[in-house]
Design a protein around this ligand. Structure first.
Ligand code: ZN
Length: 302
């Protein structure tokens, strides 16, 4: 009996160290936003199991860790989050986790010269890096480095997968650039519920205005609505956009204020800003979400 147990345990130990077998213990990765979970899955492949804390429609600026999140984080091998103050209400949990496990903010090693300053929080950077597809590859590098550090045996596997993913992102960047070019420069004005698209604007040549500023924490006031409405009327802007992770009412208020001045602006569709779409749909992946956004923006503005 004892012997059988010993053999079984030994088999378990052996199997858990063999990559690619069904019995192997996968590296447990817990990440915050879907865009980072996506990278971890693409690069980590069969060697990792990824759990995302923030699903579709969830706003990371306001998100507080639940008890079940803290349990997941405590059981993780690796914790990945965006950083740059995106997950503002979870910062303390990450500090705590950092003492006992690999906890990595995937955007915090990007050179400050490549980042945009925060409008709302002096001394901070704008956290919405994923909307510049080329800059987001820095997060891919960081996730890859982290996985290799934790699991050196998988080094070659991770590097290969990361290369394939980077190639797909290069194609995506090319696609977004091409579609953006379909809108005449003077019509390239993107108006959304909050200021998530400044990296997008810088990279793809759009003037960007968000009603609520860079974090959704600050509520838009009546004056913000009126100022934005005046801007839309003066520039004769055709479409404005709602976001999946921000309530629609503010953008609808802007639309009403514009119409009251006799100019008709349409809501050009829903963009995925700080959260991806539902799992199992095209928009439930980073590449799908970016493609959806650029198609929605260009089709409404051109
Ligand atoms: Zn945001």
């Amino acid at each position: 009996m004892k012997r059988a147990f010993l053999i079984l345990s030994l088999a378990g130990v052996l199997l858990s160290h063999m990559p690619g077998t069904a019995f192997a213990k996968k590296i447990q990765v817990v990440s915050t936003i879907g865009m980072i979970s996506d990278i971890a899955g693409e690069v980590g492949g069969d060697r990792v199991e990824v759990r995302g804390l923030m699903g579709p429609g969830v706003d990371p600026h306001l998100y507080k860790a639940t008890e079940s999140d803290v349990n997941k984080l405590a059981k993780a091998d690796i914790i990945l989050y965006n950083g740059l103050n995106l997950e503002a209400k979870m910062e303390r949990v990450f500090q705590q986790m950092r003492r006992s496990k690999k906890t990595v903010a995937v955007c915090e090693n990007i050179a400050g010269s490549k980042l945009l300053d925060s409008i709302n929080y002096p001394g901070h950077f704008d956290p919405h890096v994923w909307f510049d597809v080329t800059l987001w590859t820095a997060a891919v590098d960081e996730v890859t480095r982290t996985l290799i550090e934790f699991d050196p045996d998988g080094g070659e596997y991770y590097r290969q997968r990361a290369d394939i993913y980077r190639e797909r992102l290069a194609e995506l960047h090319h696609y977004v650039t091409g579609r953006a070019g379909e809108v005449p420069p003077e019509q390239r004005v993107l108006i959304t519920a909050h200021d998530a698209f400044r990296y997008f604007g810088r990279q793809y040549g759009f003037e960007v205005k968000g009603l609520q500023g860079m974090s959704t924490e600050a509520e838009a006031g009546t004056r913000d609505v009126i100022e934005l409405a005046n801007f839309i009327v003066a520039r004769r802007i055709k479409a404005i956009f709602v976001e999946s992770s921000v309530p629609e009412r503010n953008i609808r208020a802007v639309q009403d204020a514009v119409r009251a001045q006799g100019w008709d602006v349409v809501v050009g569709g829903e963009l995925f800003s700080d959260a991806m779409g539902n799992a199992g749909t095209v928009e439930g992946t980073y590449i799908g979400m970016v493609t959806h956004n650029i198609d929605t923006i260009v089709d409404a503005l051109k």
